[in-house]
Design a protein around this ligand. Structure first.
Ligand SMILES: Cc1cc2nc3c(=O)[nH]c(=O)nc-3n(C[C@H](O)[C@H](O)[C@H](O)COP(=O)(O)OP(=O)(O)OC[C@H]3O[C@@H](n4cnc5c(N)ncnc54)[C@H](O)[C@@H]3O)c2cc1C
Ligand code: FES
Ligand code: FES
Length: 478
């Protein structure tokens, strides 16, 4: 059945919105309609965390809590979920939630503008973990900026949560689960203010919609797409929301390749990929923030085709393929053949990426490096990825790819040719470094100058081979 009413749990009750504006952000809904003004707007582009809210989702008779940036999520995406805002944390008798008490006790707030966002990020961490070490804490607040308190007192507050593990949400869990079961998400079709919004629940439904309306714009996590509304101040007229399709939220491995369904959030993938390619996990840990990775997808990163999309050089060096579907066709394409120009791909109207296939190289060495101005929540200046085998002291099966070095993420073909079948000597690496000038002519922009980019690209190549030769990591931050 298809509905035009969005249903979600708010303040322990079922909340309904009839035919909402598909371009209205959750942040605006909370502040302007629910009149809950604790949640703040800072940047309106997912970068500061002031708007962080927590979404509860029913998964196998349990509730999974996810911190998200409400400024870049549209209201219809609340269908079938629980919405928690900072006002929900305090009890009716005025008692503070353990996260709030810890922030007070450890002086984690000064002007207070960022505080609701930090509280909600820490609340999500509190609910999803049993203990909190410094790494978990730092990761949990990597998407929250504070301009005045500084982070040390906030981290101290978070550490103190190790001693306090019970809250009202734990006590109400059964009731919330039964409410979530009552509002099991339905397929949605909204036609409001001249805008159409479809949220199918199956691939079959998706294909029927595409057949009828081939010009709809696909929306997954919305971490790129929503900025059309919040930053460019334009409307997205016709949306087809993919993240409602659970069928595409999967990761499988068949010995030859790992297959990642299009709606799989990056946060789920980053945990899975660690045992295959640990540097992939390390790069994803620095990809946006927890709020971003809780909703953003790799398919969205690929379709965006940004030259500085972080997963792209890694996938290129692993020689990944994408599965592209339309209402009546399914094809597989190597990612290296997918990008055709600056933010241009081979995707045609009505075609969507249904999954990504990443080969499993059991004997290869895989390395990836991201250079950005900040460690957390920053886009790459240069991202480099290396995949190779060493057989009888010779370099074999080598694939190198860079982001930030051209108008598209690209393999370093000349460099690969020099290294293939060579010994791992300094002379060869120096020659390979020089060949990068044939592979790439980077540009100057606000992130880096062309000279800096080239220098970094060469240095990362050298770093990769020093790490391989010395058999140890040369890294500052982990
Ligand atoms: C604060 C912030 C930090 C960020 N940090 C990083 C970072 O560190 N590294 C990085 O690489 N990126 C970063 N990004 C960019 C963005 O998060 C990624 O590109 C993300 O992977 C996009 O995925 P999504 O699911 O949110 O895509 P959406 O925004 O939903 O869609 C993006 C584009 O892909 C299309 N699309 C989505 N899914 C499909 C599909 N299955 N088939 C066909 N087309 C599809 C959409 O139509 C749209 O054109 C950041 C963004 C923000 C706001
Ligand atoms: S307002 Fe800055 S992340 Fe949403
Ligand atoms: S307390 Fe002022 S911005 Fe964080």
């Amino acid at each position: 059945m298809t509905s035009n009413t969005i249903k979600f749990i708010f303040e322990n009750k079922i909340h309904k919105i009839l035919n909402p504006d598909p371009n209205e952000t959750i942040l605006n809904y909370i502040r302007l309609r629910l009149k809950k003004t604790g949640t703040k707007e800072g940047c309106a582009e997912g970068g500061c965390g002031a708007c962080t809210v927590v979404i509860g989702e029913l998964k196998k008779n349990n509730i999974v809590y996810k911190a998200i940036n409400s400024c870049i999520a549209f209201t219809p995406s609340l269908e079938g979920k629980q919405l928690l805002v900072v006002e929900d944390l305090m009890l009716k008798n005025g008692s503070l939630h353990p996260v709030q008490s810890a922030m007070v006790n450890y002086h984690g707030s000064q002007c207070g503008f960022c505080t609701p966002g930090f509280v909600m990020s820490l609340f999500s961490m509190y609910k999803n973990n049993t203990s909190y070490d410094e790494k978990t804490i730092e990761e949990s607040i990597s998407g929250n900026l504070c301009r005045c308190t500084g982070y040390r007192p906030i981290i101290d507050a978070a550490k103190n949560l190790n001693n306090n593990k019970s809250d009202q949400f734990k006590k109400n869990k059964k009731k919330t689960i039964s409410l979530l079961k009552k509002i099991r998400p339905e397929s949605i079709f909204i036609n409001s203010k001249n805008k159409k919004y479809f949220a199918p629940r199956t691939v079959n439904e998706l294909k029927k919609i595409i057949k009828k309306y081939p010009n709809l714009d696909f929306l997954s996590g919305g971490t790129d797409m929503s900025l059309i509304v919040t930053k460019q101040k334009k409307d997205i007229k016709n949306i087809i929301y993919l993240n409602s399709i659970d069928e595409l939220n999967y990761i499988k491995e068949n010995g030859k390749y790992i297959e990642v369904g299009a709606t799989t959030p990056l946060r789920k993938f980053e945990l899975f990929i660690k045992k295959y390619y640990s540097d992939f996990n390390i790069i994803l840990k620095r990809y946006g923030s927890v709020q971003i990775r809780n909703v953003a997808t790799m398919a969205g990163n690929i379709a965006t085709a940004s030259p500085i999309g972080d997963s792209l050089p890694l996938l290129l060096s692993l020689d990944a393929s994408i599965v592209i579907e339309s209402f009546n066709k399914k094809t597989t394409l190597k990612l290296k053949d997918f990008f055709i120009g600056y933010r241009k791909t081979k995707l045609k109207k009505g075609q969507f990426i249904s999954s990504i296939r990443i080969p499993v190289y059991k004997k290869n060495i895989f390395k990836a490096y991201k250079i950005s101005k900040r460690i957390d929540d920053d886009i790459s200046s240069v991202c480099a990825s290396f995949n190779l085998a060493i057989v009888n002291k010779k370099i074999k099966n080598i694939k190198i790819a860079y982001g930030g070095m051209a108008s598209i993420p690209k393999r370093a073909i000349y460099c690969e040719k020099i290294l293939l079948n060579s010994n791992l000597s300094e002379d060869i690496i120096l020659k390979a470094q020089r060949s990068l000038e044939k592979d790439f002519q980077p540009i100057n922009d606000m992130r880096a100058s062309k000279n800096y980019r080239m220098e970094i690209a060469k240095n990362l190549l050298m770093k990769c081979f020093i790490e391989i030769k010395k058999n140890r990591l040369i890294r500052l931050n982990y």
